[in-house]
Write a protein that binds this ligand. Structure first.
Ligand SMILES: [Zn+2]
Length: 205
C-alpha cells in the first residue's frame, strides 16, 4: 500500500484507510475527541492540590462545573470528555492519588455514591451495562493522576459504533449541562443514606 504523505503547507488530511487496524480480534473504542485531553490541554501543570481541577470546584459552582451530587466526603461529577452520555466520576473531596489512601469513611461513601450513580443512570438512560474503573497513576491511563477518581461509564449494545457521533456532539456545552440537569434531578434526595462514621449497632429510634 502506498501512503502519500502531505507536503509542508498541504492542508490535506491523511486518509484513515491508509492505516489498517492491527490484525487481532479486539473491538476498539474510537474516541478521537479525547485527543484534546490526551494532548494535555487540560492537564494540571503539577500534582499539587492548587493545580488540581477537582479541588477547585466550589459548591456554588456545581451547575457550571457539572457536579451531579455531593456527599459528606465524596462527590459525583460529569466527565468533561465522556466516552458515552452520562459518563460520570465519583471522587473524594480530599486530594489523594491512591485508592489505599482513602479513609474508611471515604471508601464507604465512594462505593455508596457509585451505586447511587448506577441506579440514577439506570433510571435516566437505561443503559445495558456499565464500566467501572479507576486508573491509578499516569502510566495506567489516569488523566488527573494526583486526585483519585472512579469512572462510571454507561454502555449500550453497539455503542462503539456511534461514538464518533458522540465525539462530534459532545463538545456542545449544553449537552453536558442537560445531562447534569437530568442526573441531578433524578439523584435521590436522601443519598447518602448512611452518614460515614455512624454506629451500625445503634438501634433506630
Ligand atoms: Zn485535587
Amino acid at each position: 500500500m502506498t501512503v502519500t504523505l502531505p507536503e509542508p503547507g498541504d492542508a490535506a488530511v491523511e486518509s484513515a484507510a491508509a492505516f489498517p487496524p492491527p490484525n487481532d480480534d479486539l473491538q476498539r473504542l474510537w474516541t478521537p475527541h479525547r485527543m484534546v485531553y490526551v494532548g494535555g490541554q487540560d492537564k494540571p501543570k503539577d500534582a499539587t492540590a492548587s493545580s488540581c481541577p477537582f479541588c477547585a470546584i466550589d459548591s456554588a459552582d456545581d451547575e457550571r462545573r457539572l457536579v451531579v451530587a455531593r456527599g459528606a466526603t465524596c462527590f459525583a461529577i460529569l466527565n468533561l470528555y465522556p466516552y458515552n452520555p452520562g459518563h460520570l466520576m465519583v471522587l473524594p473531596y480530599r486530594h489523594v492519588s491512591g485508592y489505599v489512601d482513602l479513609t474508611e469513611a471515604e471508601t464507604v461513601e465512594l462505593a455508596h455514591l457509585t451505586q447511587t450513580a448506577i441506579r440514577t443512570l439506570a433510571r435516566v438512560y437505561r443503559p445495558g451495562g456499565y464500566n467501572l474503573g479507576m486508573n491509578q497513576g499516569e502510566v495506567a491511563g489516569a488523566g488527573i493522576a494526583a486526585h483519585l477518581h472512579q469512572h462510571v461509564v454507561p454502555r449500550w449494545q453497539g455503542d462503539a459504533n456511534f461514538l464518533p457521533v458522540v465525539a462530534r456532539t459532545k463538545a456542545v456545552p449544553e449537552l453536558l449541562a442537560d445531562t447534569r440537569a437530568r442526573l441531578a434531578a433524578a439523584w435521590p434526595a436522601d443519598e447518602p443514606a448512611e452518614a460515614p462514621g455512624e454506629d451500625p449497632l445503634e438501634e433506630p429510634s
